[in-house]
Design a protein around this ligand. Structure first.
Ligand code: SF4
Length: 342
């Protein structure tokens, strides 16, 4: 294995001048010489390895805007991962996302910069729990949020994201579904459909920390504030929000506000980096940032991404019997999404 030497900061800063322009409103200029050598080295090594970097919306701006080739929410990453012609995918997100990328790209090498990047939702349920639910509700389809392990997906009929959950639940044309693992997303879906929802008690450790009281406090003295919330937030938060949607939905909504208003003030109730990344794109929007970090997403750093490409670590593998069944659940979601969009 060849060892990549980092370029000197001055040279790297000069080489990455155009890249810095994308992030200058969210990364202080004084910090750029720390990031620039890694950005230059990663972008060079990526070409050598014929690799692409996929980054979730919750990644820090120095990954999201400077080394990532494909960015988005879980659905966008899954769909775009399928189209890439690269030999290697480095997934800057959490483990279940890398498993999903592997499921739809079985012939590619899928790497994660840190194997410990997990998810409280994915860890809240096991394949054995799903089997018990099926016993208790025989004949009821199992709809799994993509924030689940490959083993849980393998026991499910179809996967969903927060962006397509309502539509897919309705498209199944059944009176009742088991919806797992996020209790709050399940409640949100139940509020939008007549299909009976059997929920699990999983929570996202980032979104469950917001409360309706927080929203009321932010609105006090700032009546023009526009509140956006992710459906993984508790119901009292969603009741206070002006807009509820996936990370993709929130980004689109901010885009509309940015084109219609001179300087809208926005409170985004989701993971911290999301507001930074949207701020990089819509510079006339003022973000109020209550900060709840996802410690799992933040395990990804530029030095770890560089190590991942250098050492070709850490490879994500899925047992063939599990992969085959899990892939079916993900493929069904992608098929529904394509059909519902057309
Ligand atoms: S933000 Fe929540 S749902 Fe997303 S990876 Fe972190 S813990 Fe999981």
């Amino acid at each position: 294995m060849s060892v990549i030497e980092l370029p000197a900061p001055e040279r790297a800063v000069a080489e990455t001048r155009e890249i810095f322009e994308r992030v200058e409103n969210v990364i202080p200029r004084i910090e750029w010489p720390l990031h620039a050598p890694y950005v230059a080295a990663i972008n060079a090594l990526k070409k050598e390895r014929n690799a692409v970097i996929l980054a979730h919306n919750y990644q820090v701006p120095e990954i999201f805007y400077t080394v990532a080739d494909i960015v988005g929410d879980s659905l966008a990453l899954a769909m775009k991962a399928k189209q890439t012609t690269a030999d290697t995918i480095v997934l800057c997100g959490v483990h279940f996302m890398a498993e999903t990328a592997k499921l739809v790209n079985p012939e590619k090498t899928v790497l994660v910069p840190d194997l410990r990047a997990g998810c409280s939702l994915a860890e809240s349920i096991t394949a054995a729990d799903v089997a018990l639910l099926r016993e208790r509700y025989p004949g009821t389809p199992v709809v799994s949020y993509v924030n689940t392990s490959a083993e849980v997906k393998a026991e499910s009929d179809v996967c969903v994201t927060s962006g397509n959950a309502v539509e897919i639940v309705e498209a199944l044309r059944v009176p009742r579904v088991i919806f797992l693992p996020d209790e709050y997303l399940a409640k949100y879906v139940a509020s939008k459909t007549d299909v009976q929802i059997v929920a699990w008690k999983g929570h996202c450790e980032v979104h469950e920390r917001f409360s309706g009281r927080d929203v009321a406090r932010f609105r006090d003295g700032d009546p023009s504030l526009i509140v956006l919330a992710h459906p993984e937030c508790p119901p009292d938060v969603l009741a206070e929000a002006d807009f509820v949607g996936s990370t993709h939905g929130m980004t689109e909504y901010v885009g509309t506000l940015a084109s219609e208003q001179r300087a809208p003030r926005v409170l985004m109730l989701t993971e911290c980096s999301m507001a930074d990344n949207v701020a990089g794109r819509y510079r006339n929007v003022q973000f109020v940032r209550p900060c709840n970090l996802c410690p799992h997403m933040k395990r990804n750093t530029l030095p770890k991404v560089l190590h991942s490409l250098q050492a070709m670590e850490y490879e994500v593998t899925i047992a063939p019997g599990v992969a085959e069944r899990a892939r079916l659940a993900v493929e069904r979601m992608l098929d529904y999404s394509t059909r519902l969009r057309d």
